[in-house]
Structure formats: structure tokens, C-alpha cells
Design a binder for this molecule. Structure first.
Ligand code: URA
Length: 232
């Protein structure tokens, strides 16, 4: 069983064009046993909601025009006590159909990358900046982000991850509130909003499918995140 998992991991690494890296056990545990209580909620709306109320509010959200074109909302998936939170841009066509983030080809690559650092999809939490698919996969608009971001912020408060990985330029710039290019944001420790939670920036899996020669850099990004986590 173990051996099969190790072989699969090696295959994932090969798919990524990367030499084998053996993770330190200390990097691997799932869950966030040592995490403190959720941050205190403020008086405003999503900030006061528990998981179920938040999920229900997102499901019924009509705060921007995207509600009219979506099939369903994509709340996010995974371990609600995860140490790792991965944040992408917005659901694509397949995610809109299935109601789950990163289920298309980019999601398969993300799963392979997680596997390569000893994690399963169920160990981490995966979400997007936007909970609804922008039509024809156009870029999210500022107002859509503004309306949607309290939901993600509340998810962060409830999960209290030990690290956030922003997947791609859009998520990175939205979470960090910057227009700095992704090339300059990678490889550095940032913090998410006022939480102090470390945030690192990684190339988006969909970008990596189009630019496989950058998979090596994405692997460096993940290793950097592992190193930060190890130091916590
Ligand atoms: N791309 C994203 O940013 N998010 C998804 O959920 C799927 C593709």
C-alpha cells in the first residue's frame, strides 16, 4: 500500500518534471490541532456566520450579476481544520457544473502537486476568490470580487489555516490587494490581510498546463511553502 503510494508520488513528480524530494515527516500532518479559536467575528454579516450558515448564505447569494448565469455556487471543499488553504480565481465550466473547485484538468494537476508533498485533496481546503463562474471564463470584475471577498475572509477565519497558497496572478493580487506582477510576488512570505497567516504565491495549475516548463518554479513555490510551515 505504502509502496504504491510512493510510486504514485514519484509518477506525479515525473509528470511535473521534478526530481524526487522526500518530505520531512514534520511537514505532513493533516489538520490543525494546535490552531487557536476562530478570529473574533465583527458586527458585519458573513463575519458572524458559522460554517453551515456561511455555506447557506453563499448558496443563496444574489449580491452580484453572476448569480444569474451560474449553474450553482462553488463554496469550497476539503478539511475545515486544514493547515493548508489553496485559493484559486473562480470556478470554470466544470466546477460550475459539479459545484466543487478545481475538478477539471487544472484540478488534476493540483491534486498531483498535493500528492507530491504528501497531501491529499481531503487534507487541505480549496476555495476560490469568487464563488460563481464568470461567463465564458472572463476575468472577474472588481465589484464581483468586492461582493464575494467577505465569504472567503470568513472561511479563512473559520479554518485558521497555517498557510495560504494563492494560485495564480488573480488570486495573489486579490488576496494581497496589489497589482504587483506574479513573478515578483513568488518566493516571498506575505501575510493575508490582518490575520498574520503566511501566504505564498504559486503559479496557477491552468497556467502550468499551458506552460509546462514553469512547473519547476511551481514546485519551488510549494517547497517554499513547506519550509515556512516547518518553521511554524
Ligand atoms: N481555476 C480556478 O481558479 N478555480 C477553479 O476552481 C478551477 C479552475
Amino acid at each position: 500500500m505504502m509502496e504504491r503510494a510512493q510510486t504514485r508520488r514519484r509518477q506525479c513528480l515525473q509528470e511535473m518534471g521534478i526530481e524526487v524530494w522526500v518530505p520531512n515527516e514534520a511537514r505532513l500532518p493533516a489538520g490543525n490541532a494546535a490552531s487557536p479559536e476562530p478570529l473574533p467575528a465583527g458586527p458585519s454579516d458573513p463575519a458572524t456566520l458559522d460554517w453551515d450558515a456561511l455555506a447557506a448564505t453563499v448558496t443563496g447569494c444574489r449580491d452580484c450579476a453572476l448569480h444569474a448565469t451560474r449553474t450553482q455556487t462553488v463554496f469550497g471543499t476539503g478539511n475545515r481544520q486544514a493547515r493548508w488553504l489553496f485559493v484559486g480565481e473562480a470556478p470554470g465550466a466544470e466546477e460550475d457544473r459539479q459545484g466543487e473547485p478545481f475538478v477539471g484538468r487544472a484540478g488534476q494537476l493540483l491534486n498531483a502537486m498535493l500528492f507530491a508533498i504528501g497531501l491529499k485533496r481531503e487534507d487541505v481546503f480549496i476555495a476560490n476568490v469568487l464563488k460563481c463562474r464568470p461567463p465564458k471564463n472572463r476575468d472577474p470584475m472588481g465589484e464581483e470580487v468586492r461582493r464575494c471577498e467577505p465569504y472567503l475572509h470568513r472561511q479563512v477565519e473559520l479554518i485558521r489555516p497555517q498557510i495560504i497558497v494563492a494560485l495564480g496572478r488573480f488570486a495573489a493580487q486579490s488576496l494581497l490587494k496589489t497589482e504587483t506582477a506574479i513573478g515578483k510576488l513568488r518566493g516571498r512570505r506575505h501575510s493575508y490581510a490582518d490575520t498574520g497567516i503566511p501566504l505564498v504565491v504559486m503559479y496557477h495549475p491552468a497556467y502550468l498546463l499551458r506552460n509546462p516548463s514553469d512547473k519547476r518554479k511551481a514546485w519551488q513555490d510549494l517547497q517554499f511553502a513547506c519550509t515556512l510551515l516547518e518553521a511554524i
